[in-house]
Design a protein around this ligand. Structure first.
Ligand code: RIB
Ligand code: CA
Length: 318
């Protein structure tokens, strides 16, 4: 029985791989893709979601545009990582996939209302859309099986010393979703920095020899070139770990604990405080992913690229 999911994303090089993995793996029933501003402005992240679907030949999944700004404050795109259009470093094909006429919240609500079983939400960007859903459609919370979010960190940040980008971009949204009572899983930098895009990984993907694999390698090469952090030999592929965890729970170890997001102190705003004491101060509100089986993870990525390539010709682009 495949798991019904909605991906809410801000493509973003790594978001593209989350979309591809969800679309390709038979364990997942990708019901919808929604976009949020984060890595780039909403027009870029939305365009890039349509590009991701075009390249992979995903024509049967509705794509809808979501929030252009965080709940508070202003949008600060991660141009230094993803480029000015949020999918830098490549020539992008003109999308052949059309944008759904609904907005993100309407599409998610429609998916939840029409699904026979509760749906998993997989946000891989700031949690703005999910927070809006929690606030505006509380009646739909029982139709949400769980939320698996790429964001936060049990340790260092990647925007400030403490804050990871998706949490930093909209900490109030993260606090609202964490406080909603939903079954919440956090896939933070502490585990995503174990998904290193090594030279061997790029060589194996290139050796798949399909147009989508070639496009994927270009994405990975650019991402590695900009995601340079001291002590990290290669860039990490953050977002698809969320989908991989759904497909194969053994891909990561997890603990059940309490997570709080700093929203007030400007020095640590966006930091996720993960209680590792074993006796959390306050109710446990999150499952936190810790250790990655990188071999298992990358085999899922390579399998997805193979499956998408076998589906037939994707978009042709020069
Ligand atoms: O900090 C990494 C996260 O921020 C990833 O989701 C990446 O795509 C960016 O959105
Ligand atoms: Ca992302």
């Amino acid at each position: 029985m495949s798991i019904p999911i909605v991906i809410d994303c801000d493509p973003g090089h790594d978001d593209v791989f989350a979309i591809w993995l969800a679309a390709a793996n038979p364990a997942i029933d990708l019901r919808a893709i929604t976009t949020v501003a984060g890595n780039g402005r909403i027009e870029h992240t939305t365009h890039n979601a349509l590009v991701a679907c075009t390249v992979a030949g995903i024509h049967d999944v509705p794509v809808a545009q979501g929030a252009a700004e965080p709940l508070y404050g202003e949008l600060r795109p991660a141009e230094w990582i993803h480029g000015a259009n949020a999918l830098g470093g490549l020539t992008l094909p003109t999308p052949t996939v059309e944008l759904d006429e609904r907005d993100a919240l309407t599409l998610i609500a429609d998916v939840l209302n029409t699904s026979e079983e509760p749906v998993v939400l997989v946000p891989t960007g700031p949690l703005t859309n999910i927070a809006h859903l929690v606030q505006r459609h509380p009646e739909l919370l029982p139709k949400i099986q769980r939320v698996i979010w790429m964001g936060g960190s049990t340790g260092r940040g990647n925007v400030t010393a403490e804050a990871e980008f998706n949490a930093w971009a909209d900490p109030e949204a993260a606090a609202i979703v964490l406080g909603s009572g939903l079954d919440f899983t956090m896939v933070g930098l502490n585990i995503s920095h174990q998904a290193l895009i090594t030279r061997e990984v790029r060589a194996r993907i290139a050796a798949l020899g399909s147009p989508i694999a070639a496009f994927g390698v270009e994405l990975l090469e650019f991402f590695c070139s900009t995601y340079a952090f001291e002590g990290m030999p290669d860039g990490p592929l953050h977002d698809p770990i969320t989908v991989a965890l759904l497909i194969d729970p053994a891909v990561a170890t997890t603990i059940r604990t309490r997570v709080d997001v700093e929203c007030d102190d400007p020095r640590t705003r966006g930091a996720t405080r993960v209680d590792r004491s074993g006796s959390p101060q306050g109710p446990q509100n999150a499952t936190v992913a810790l250790d990655l089986d990188a071999k298992r993870f990358w085999s899922l990525i390579e399998d997805a690229l193979q499956r998408l390539a076998l589906r037939g010709p994707a978009a042709r682009w020069d």
